[in-house]
Design a protein around this ligand. Structure first.
Ligand code: TMP
Length: 216
């Protein structure tokens, strides 16, 4: 089963992927956690270019081509082989991020993004997407606090540095996709403690795993 985590900056998805991976391991379910852009050596090299603050003149179309190239590599080298071996793949961002950031917020449109996914990434879609939703103010406050602690913004802050209106468009883009595909995209309220959010995620994931034949 292929499960993706999505949401605005600071929605807490990275923490939640680790918590879910631990819970699934305790239940004896094999899973791997990976991320986009990234997840392969080539994908991580693309990520460094894609997110570096010094590349702020990057065109939206260049962004789309870079993330799609990283995704094609990731699908072929990591996602498909792991799914074939029976593992659950937990991925930190995937195609919905491209639709929200490049399609909605940067203005390329959903159609263009999905066409590029069909042409170059084999149209592979997740079975389940957990959309961690919180107000932009809360997400940005969390991500800025984390950045002060880790220095992440220095190398990877190109999008986090954008203004409030950009992040509001990203959030609206995600919510629009959730309306489009309610069977695949589960909206998770990303407010409260990490444990509160984890419990909501477990409640959304376990019935799906049972439906897919896992004894959990
Ligand atoms: P993150 O891994 O900390 O979430 O950072 C990834 C950043 O890359 C985040 O700002 C969203 C952005 N991004 C896109 O703009 N398009 C994409 O397709 C993906 C996967 C990420």
């Amino acid at each position: 089963m292929f499960i993706t985590f999505e949401g605005i900056e600071g929605c807490g998805k990275t923490t939640q992927i680790s918590l879910l991976a631990e819970s699934l391991s305790r239940l004896g379910v094999a899973c791997i956690a990976t991320r986009e852009p990234g997840g392969t050596a080539i994908g991580e090299a693309i990520r460094a270019i894609f997110l570096h603050c010094s590349n702020d003149d990057m065109l939206p179309v260049t962004e789309l081509l870079l993330v799609t190239a990283a995704r094609a590599q990731h699908i072929a080298q990591v996602i498909k082989p792991r799914l074939s071996s029976g593992a659950i793949v937990l991925c930190d961002r995937y195609i919905d991020a491209t639709v929200a950031y490049q399609g909605y917020a940067a203005g390329l449109g959903r159609e263009t993004v999905m066409r590029s996914h069909d042409l170059f990434a084999g149209s592979l879609m997740p079975e389940l997407t957990l959309l961690l939703d919180c107000p932009v103010e809360l997400g940005l406050a969390r991500s800025r606090k984390r950045n002060r602690a880790t220095g992440k913004h220095l190398d990877e802050g190109r999008f986090e540095d954008r203004d409030y209106a950009f992040h509001e468009q990203v959030r609206n883009g995600y919510l629009e996709q959730a309306r489009h595909e309610p069977a695949r995209i589960e909206l998770i309220r990303a407010e409260g403690t990490p444990d509160d959010i984890h419990q909501r995620i477990v409640s959304a994931v376990l019935p799906r795993l049972r439906g897919a034949g896992h004894a959990v």
